[in-house]
Design a protein around this ligand. Sequence first.
Ligand code: MV4
Length: 452
Amino acid sequence: MFKKVLIANRGEIALRVMRACHELGLKTVAVYSEVDARAAHVRFADQSVCIGPGLASKSYLNIPAIISAAEITAADAIHPGYGFLSENSEFARLCAKCGIKFIGPTPEAMLAWGDKVRARKNAERFGLPLLPGSTVLEDAKHAKSEANRIGYPVIIKASGGGGGRGMRIVRNDDEIETAFSSARSEAESGFKNPDVYLEKFVERPRHIEFQVLADEHGGIWTLGERECSMQRRHQKVIEESPSPAMTAEIRQDMGERIRTAIRETGYTSLGTLEFLMDEDKKLYFLEMNTRVQVEHPVTEMVTGLDLVSLQIRAAAGEKLEMPDTRPWSFRGHAIECRINAEDSRTFAPWPGLITEYFVPGGTGVRVDSGVYGGWRVPSEYDSLLAKLIVHAPTRELALVRMRRALREFIVGGIRTNIELHQMLLDDREMIEGTMTTRTIERMLAESKPVKA
Ligand code: MV4
């Protein structure tokens, strides 16, 4: 096992990783930017190192500064959390070169799944269902012929992208040339990779993802799915497990296919496979995230597992002795609300001083937070303050528990999206469990308009 882990992240996920390390008896090193000197993750770490100014590119993305911090403190592993350097295979390679274990998949496995066109090829080879689509588009003429072969509407995506950035929906031949060239130049400037491909566009999909965990001894576990359809502009807002749309048959079938794909690509560590579900409950593989995700706690609540602890133990080369019930045995229902520092109506970010802070508790309530009363939320990073997670025997009781817990959450001094969550939990599609990726947009359009 490692002796000391450097956590190359901030906020709630840095604390989340730190908690797992301390329970495993490992020492921790926090890194922080100048604006984060008094952040919670710095206060609770055994050691801390300042790695640069507030701007992420000069601190949390500053590879030489982070590697130096690990060397100075004699950390033998780095946990990247999510975002920042978590899916950077060059960083993972450099860690290995410096004799520091990157807690995540190998650089090779990251590349096999990180590139979307390669991921589609792997998925096809190993039996994961795919939407009709193309490989890399050579030019506008090729884009047009592929779009006609597949049939409109289609969506153009960047092979080096992900999470919805740089996508273009195309509805007819007149739009394809412009969409192709703008997607291509956006991909080039945004991801330093001009490759784009296209897929059949699904109009009102659900977004469902499967959690997987693999050790370095051939142990592979699929840990059910998360329903992530409640999102706005590619930012997830509420997640839950299990998905109200899932059946035991689909879960079993997809679990078997995923374990095959994971085994055949030599993937280890935690990972998430994203799927779209159409109205006929057919699932289509979209992309894989090769990191721990924000919404991992809902899977933890229904499985009773500590995913981050298991991820660290797998990275240390441990053979994970887990009952390999396939699929995993699940208990009850979990829901997570992302509490952000932003206006509930306009979604404008709202950094500033937190003057008052009280977190809900009681039976079945978990709060993963990175802030405290007296903390000034900096403007440099994303607006996530805390994750409110509830667990209950049924979905209905989990909804009741979440409404109860939201009433107890007090954040003074700044605006938050708590009111948005209260509206969402009373929305018909949320209550029925029939939500799609369009639900939030629809609910906002129906509610009383307010000037921005
Ligand atoms: C799609 C799609 C419809 N059809 N692909 C957005 C995030 C990225 N991972 C893929 N995304 C989508 N891909 C096809 N062929 C709709 C989306 C999409 C979406 C997907 C998941 C969660 C939220 C979303 C919101 C809008 C669009």
